[in-house]
Design a binder for this molecule. Structure first.
Ligand SMILES: NC(=O)c1ccc[n+]([C@@H]2O[C@H](COP(=O)([O-])OP(=O)(O)OC[C@H]3O[C@@H](n4cnc5c(N)ncnc54)[C@H](OP(=O)(O)O)[C@@H]3O)[C@@H](O)[C@H]2O)c1
Length: 257
């Protein structure tokens, strides 16, 4: 994939991994559009990186996703890349007494329905471009889940399978489907957790660029390489390691946030 001269939407591009990806794309002379929920974070990004075009949308709402797609189709007909980075994670147990059931809907809509719906709505435009790409950011937890954050793990596992199926559908077209699987990364999402065991988000963004340049379909970052290998060769052991992870903090390195 040529990484210059593209027009790329990065959802969740005002924070964490998404923000580092925005910087990598700008450094390679791409037009970068960033979508986020919090207008003040988008304004701060715009001040720091004036080349970026920001679009506020709450992706947990399918109506907002449709509105965003409408704006993109109308105002950015050259759009040829979408990087789905926006997501939330409730780091809790379903058995927690204070677990609010409405969190399930919010997490599934943001992490799974939004990328699926936005992809569907933007596909006609992407298919018209000479070369286009979709990047789904899942996690090591899409391969082997941890004990906490069951809904988050479910959304990442769902997005992993969705990416594989969509890749089959789009084989032979101009649209490539790429999955990025990071381990635990030092971003606002993992604040207060796994201290000392987190990868810098800049490294994840660099590995994405390298993977895209090499036309990789699944980009395993850091210790996710080891987790994927363990899961293939000894799935029972991988499951045991990850289910006990909460009690063995160094093993957090294997997983994803
Ligand atoms: N951090 C990790 O350890 C880790 C590991 C593996 C995979 N990942 C994945 O990497 C991606 C980026 O995560 P991160 O760690 O960089 O998280 P982050 O710093 O918390 O950033 C998440 C971004 O998603 C946006 N977002 C959340 N809900 C949204 C909504 N309803 N509508 C629009 N935007 C919304 C946020 O925007 P606002 O701030 O405006 O709400 C924020 O910009 C996610 O897909 C995550 O699952 C992270």
């Amino acid at each position: 994939m040529r990484l210059q001269g593209n027009t790329v939407l990065v959802t969740g591009g005002a924070s964490g991994i998404g923000r580092c990806i925005v910087q990598e794309l700008l450094a390679r002379d791409n037009t970068v559009l960033v979508c986020g929920r919090d207008p003040s974070k988008l304004q701060a990004l715009q001040r720091e990186l004036p080349q970026v075009k920001t679009l506020a949308a709450d992706l947990s709402s399918p109506e907002e996703v449709e509105r965003l797609a409408g704006v993109l189709l109308k105002e950015h007909p050259a759009l040829n890349g979408v990087i789905h980075s926006a997501a939330i994670q409730y780091n809790s147990l379903l058995t927690d007494e204070d677990y609010a059931p409405q969190r399930i809907d919010e997490e599934v809509r943001t992490n799974l329905v939004a990328p699926m719906l936005l992809t569907r709505l933007l596909l006609p435009t992407l298919l018209r471009q000479g070369a286009a790409f979709l990047v789904h950011i899942t996690s090591g937890l899409a391969l082997v889940p941890k004990t906490r954050s069951a809904v988050y793990c479910g959304t990442k596992g769902g997005l992993h399978i969705f990416s594989q199926s969509l890749r089959h559908q789009l084989r032979g077209t101009s649209v490539r489907v790429v999955e990025l699987l990071p381990p635990v990364v030092d971003t606002p999402m993992t604040q207060g957790r796994a201290e000392g065991a987190k990868l810098p988000p800049e490294q994840v963004a660099r590995e994405l660029m390298r993977g895209l340049e090499r036309d990789e379909e699944e980009i395993h970052v850091g210790k996710v390489k080891l987790l994927a290998w363990l899961q293939r060769l000894a799935p029972g052991m991988a499951a045991r390691v990850m289910s006990r992870m909460a009690f063995i903090p160094p093993l957090l390195l294997l997983a994803g946030g």
